[in-house]
Design a protein around this ligand. Structure first.
Ligand code: HEM
Length: 408
């Protein structure tokens, strides 16, 4: 499926400090430069495009918002029009005290013990995608490392875990596009999408109640918290979240890694020479997550307070710009250098505080395995100098097509 950012009907941004817009076409390819420019002027940018919404760009400011559930609610986790329909998708959209019960329910399915068992299958799957690049005319010379590789891997992972058919992958990616690109500005799109997703998961849960399986759809279909059954609305919310959170997040991280290493022959060579369990793979993949962190969240401000010296008011929106914090020179030595052996790397790509990513073990495994298998097959690949990479804007930022020469 070819990927394009949604058309925006808003004016092109010329002032990122007072008029930012994460759906502006400049955001996808240039977000890191944008945050750095804003940080040179202020700790916090603002916009009136979606009602009033703020964008902090320092680690301090992002941390203070993420840890403050009294003034900042997760009831809104994406900046959108103020009249946007907001549909619960716990635990990400829940606040204390409810949040803990939802999180506890899902947590065991993402433990290292469960996730590590997926490694062998993920490696085989990556190798099969690589084999599929070749056609009847012989070995491929070029490929789209996002469209033919990165985008499929997290779908495979989440399909195993949830128990959804992989053959529905195109539909999942269409849901993701509509949710992150179209719905922030169009309530009808959101309502229709959530109905479709609800019908799909409703049918699937009904089937699992009749024929249980070892998967998360079965777990959610039978969900109870403190001995009380969870409502159908919240069960659908869990499943919607897992599909929306589990796919293009990791697809973006894998794609960013492939895009980056396709331009750095020295770093590629160092990784090719390292064993799979070498520490370098760990530091290099964490650096991909720091440098190209794909996920920006948001909060609704529910009580007046101050962030980075800036007064903010109940009813306004606040981005949780984790990727911008990862480039704060106050928090990282040489923040703008990509160092594959960065030893001290307390990045916040997976968030902070009570909502820290539940899927981080799975995401890390998919990222490392995908990069290792790709580099094993194509140690000398490089970006095609005559073709362009496109980047998704908004909440989940990452390359959506990566034309490469395989050079084998
Ligand atoms: C590189 C890939 C990923 C990144 C960068 C990422 C990032 C994040 C971030 C920043 C949050 C915090 C949200 C907030 O504070 O509002 C989060 C939460 C979450 N993520 Fe991920 N994520 C990734 C992959 C995954 C995967 C593969 C799954 C599996 C389904 C997943 C499931 C979740 C869930 C369920 C939450 C909500 C946790 C809670 O509210 O307690 N994520 N993720």
């Amino acid at each position: 499926m070819a990927y394009e950012n949604a058309e925006t009907d808003l004016d092109t941004v010329t002032d990122w400090v007072n008029d930012w817009d994460w759906l502006d076409p400049q955001w996808g390819p240039n977000a890191i430069d944008i945050w750095n420019q804003v940080r040179a002027e202020t700790d916090m940018a603002s916009t009136e495009r979606y009602g009033r919404a703020f964008m902090p760009v320092t680690m301090d400011a992002v941390q203070s918002v993420a840890h403050d559930t009294e003034h900042f609610s997760s009831i809104w986790v994406g900046v959108a029009r103020p009249d946007a329909v907001r549909i619960p998708a716990p635990p990400i959209t829940s606040d204390p005290p409810d949040h803990q019960g939802h999180r506890r329910l899902l947590l065991p399915s993402f433990s290292p013990k469960v996730i590590n068992l997926m490694e062998k299958d993920l490696r085989e799957y990556c190798r099969s995608l690589i084999a599929d690049l070749d056609g009847p005319d012989g070995p491929a010379e070029r490929a789209d490392a996002a469209g033919q590789y990165a985008q499929h891997i997290p779908v495979h992972g989440i399909a195993q875990l949830l128990g959804v058919p992989e053959s529905d992958a195109d539909m999942f990616r269409d849901w993701i596009f509509r949710n992150f690109q179209l719905a922030p500005k169009d309530n009808d799109v959101r309502v229709k999408l959530f109905e479709e997703m609800g019908e799909y998961f409703g049918r699937l849960m009904a089937r699992r109640l009749e024929e249980p399986a070892e998967d998360m759809v079965t777990l959610v279909a039978n969900a109870e918290i403190d001995g009380e059954p969870v409502s159908q609305e919240l069960k659908l919310g869990y499943l919607r979240l897992l599909i929306l959170a589990g796919i293009d997040t990791t697809w973006s991280a894998i794609g960013s890694g492939l895009w980056h290493f396709g331009q750095h022959a020295d770093q590629r060579a160092a990784l090719v020479a390292a064993n799979d369990d070498d520490l370098l793979w760990n530091t290099a993949s964490e650096e991909v997550l720091r440098y190209y962190a794909p996920v920006t969240m948001a909060r609704k401000i529910v009580a007046d307070t101050e962030v980075a010296g800036c007064p903010v008011h109940a009813g306004d929106q606040m981005l949780l710009t984790f990727p911008a914090a990862n480039h704060d020179p106050e928090a990282f030595e040489a923040a703008d250098e990509f160092r594959i052996d960065r030893a001290k790397n307390r990045h916040v790509a997976f968030g902070l505080g009570i909502h820290r990513c539940l899927g981080s073990n799975l995401a890390r495994l998919e990222l490392v395995v995908a990069l290792q298998e790709w580099l094993r097959a194509f140690p000398d690949y490089e970006l095609d100098p005559h073709a362009e990479t496109t980047w998704a804007n908004g909440q989940i930022r990452g390359p959506r097509n990566i034309p490469v020469l395989l050079n084998r």
